[in-house]
Design a protein around this ligand. Structure first.
Ligand SMILES: Cc1cc2nc3c(=O)[nH]c(=O)nc-3n(C[C@H](O)[C@H](O)[C@H](O)COP(=O)(O)OP(=O)(O)OC[C@H]3O[C@@H](n4cnc5c(N)ncnc54)[C@H](O)[C@@H]3O)c2cc1C
Length: 510
């Protein structure tokens, strides 16, 4: 399928930009702020700036900025986490240029937490051998960073912001970008632009339980795929071991950050047994994939659907100050974490692979760039090191902007033309139950521990859903999202089947 819209759709086309950035998370905003002031830049967001993975990020941003650290040490930790599959050149760029971008954030007035001497407070997370994580608002790093960047972007004359706009497709001619199709509150639009940056974040909604918000339907990846870009390493999906378990189904799972275990939180089953003991030398602080698998095995053996994090050894005052977001969210649900264990289970969290890019965020389509969680720069290999993702948004977002600034197309006006698109049968479908069915299949057969039979079964069913949707059309957001979710579920199941060995976040039982 080349275009998700149908031939009957009427498009308005009176906007032209040098670059359109799809996404107002950290990747999209930082890219926009690095564009040349002469570059007419537009940022699209599905809803507003407070709905994204960036907004939810808790722990912080990793960079070798302390006196006793060195980018080479950050390089080594990243390579070890990536289980031998990292692109070393990309990792080198990330760790060497990252400290400069974090310093830029300080200049941009991101309110990072400071120590008693007024210097940046730098902490450590799983897999890092040095303290190198900067954070803001205690456990609200993403929200504080997005707020600061969005404010700056709103002050720039060359940047237009279009919230509540659904990006649908990339328009190309001879493998070069000429524009894009989107839907605003006023209807469909064809926007002319020679450069497009996909910064649409993750794909969490492919799964039943995810820390990603309901907008994370992988629209950017699916549109890039339709336009001829390549998807790489999409079988590597990071499951966070400790999503907050809920007795009812939720649009997104609340995250109990690894930092809670970093501060002494213990993983226990319902009988109080610490099942991580003897599983790994770091016990509860073993790498995420190992903890997630240990929990899955514990759940399979016990028949339960959750285990617990016990942080009751810390007093209330400490917890309220160190983890204000987590403390208050749990309290809202009736759990006082200073007195009670927190119920948790593994949930989808992060897309390690994505749209294949080079060191300048370029894809296989001329004028099409990708950065942030939607991109596969190669820095994460088979597993992401904690807090490297926001750093990747910054480094490769800036690199995309630098490449676009140097583009010969800046300031050249050319209206995009849409090729003739065939009409499909118009239908009305129940997308809610279709989405639930797909999420359940991916949850059951394509999660932490996978096997050939389960993957083959799921692939057959998600392919049938995708094929059904590709043959019809309905003029609503739910149709486009479901089409994209199904296309990505097929990609994930196919890639997971194709990779026979267990490596990093991809674990095959057989
Ligand atoms: C709960 C949680 C905690 C995390 N903690 C950390 C952490 O401590 N450190 C770390 O490094 N990483 C962390 N991560 C991961 C990190 O936050 C993300 O990988 C990163 O912020 C992604 O940023 P992004 O800009 O690529 O995408 P996002 O921030 O997800 O932004 C995506 C944007 O794309 C827009 N968009 C999507 N589809 C469309 C469409 N069809 N049309 C128009 N717009 C669209 C959305 O509206 C949104 O503005 C965490 C993630 C989660 C979910």
């Amino acid at each position: 399928m080349r275009y998700a819209i149908d031939g009957s759709v009427k498009l308005k086309s009176d906007r032209v930009f040098d670059v359109v950035i799809i996404g107002a998370g950290i990747a999209g905003l930082y890219t926009a702020l690095n564009t040349d002031p002469h570059c007419r830049c537009c940022i699209l967001a599905k809803e507003n700036i407070d709905i994204s993975n960036s907004w939810l990020a808790q722990g912080g941003i990793a960079a070798a900025i302390s006196a006793d650290d060195d980018p080479r040490l950050h390089f080594e930790d990243t390579i070890v986490a990536g289980a031998g599959l990292c692109d070393e050149e990309a990792v080198d760029v990330l760790v060497r240029e990252g400290p400069g971008d974090v310093k830029r954030l300080v200049e941009m007035k991101v309110p990072f937490d400071l120590n008693q001497y007024g210097d940046l407070q730098i902490t450590r997370e799983g897999g890092h051998h040095k303290n190198r994580i900067v954070h803001a608002g205690g456990d609200a790093t993403g929200r504080e960073t997005v707020k600061a960047l969005a404010y700056l972007a709103s002050q720039k004359k060359n940047i237009t912001f279009m919230p509540n706009t659904l990006f649908i497709d990339i328009v190309t001619k001879d493998n070069s970008v000429t524009g894009l199709i989107c839907k605003t509150e006023d209807g469909y639009e064809l926007i002319s632009a020679k450069n497009i940056v996909i910064a649409t974040g993750g794909i969490g909604q492919v799964y039943k339980k995810s820390t990603n918000p309901s907008i994370a339907t992988g629209d950017g990846l699916a549109a890039a795929l339709r336009s001829g870009a390549q998807i790489r390493d999409i079988e590597f999906i990071q499951f966070h071991p400790t999503g907050l378990w809920s007795p009812t189904s939720e649009d997104r799972s609340f995250l109990i950050s690894e930092a809670v275990r970093g501060e002494g939180g213990l993983l226990k089953n319902k009988d109080g047994v610490r099942f991580m003991l003897g599983t790994h030398e770091l016990n509860e602080l073993a790498p995420r994939d190992i903890v997630a698998r240990a929990i899955e095995r514990e759940l399979a053996a016990s028949g339960e659907d959750h285990v617990f994090v016990d942080i009751t050894a810390k007093d209330r005052e400490f917890l309220e100050h160190r983890f204000p977001t987590i403390f208050n969210e749990c309290l809202k649900r009736g759990i006082d974490i200073s007195k009670e264990w927190i119920p948790v289970c593994p949930v989808q969290h992060y897309l390690i692979g994505g749209i294949r890019t080079d060191l300048h965020a370029r894809t296989a389509v001329n004028g099409l760039y990708a950065c942030g969680e939607a991109a596969s720069t190669g820095v994460h290999g088979a597993n992401r090191l904690a807090s490297n993702s926001m750093l990747e948004c910054l480094v490769f977002g800036r690199r995309a902007a630098e490449q676009i600034n140097a583009s010969v197309h800046i300031g050249v006006y050319e209206e995009a033309e849409l090729p003739k698109i065939p009409e499909r049968k118009h239908v009305r479908l129940d997308y809610k139950s279709m989405r639930r069915e797909l999420q359940q299949l991916m949850n059951d057969y394509c999660r932490v521990i996978r096997n050939e039979a389960g993957l083959t079964y799921a692939l057959g069913l998600v392919t049938a859903i995708r094929d059904k949707l590709e043959n019809v059309f309905e003029d609503n957001k739910e149709y486009f999202e479901m089409l994209n979710l199904a296309a990505l579920a097929v990609e994930i199941a196919e890639a997971a089947l194709a990779r026979k060995e267990s490596v990093g976040a991809h674990y095959r039982e057989n």
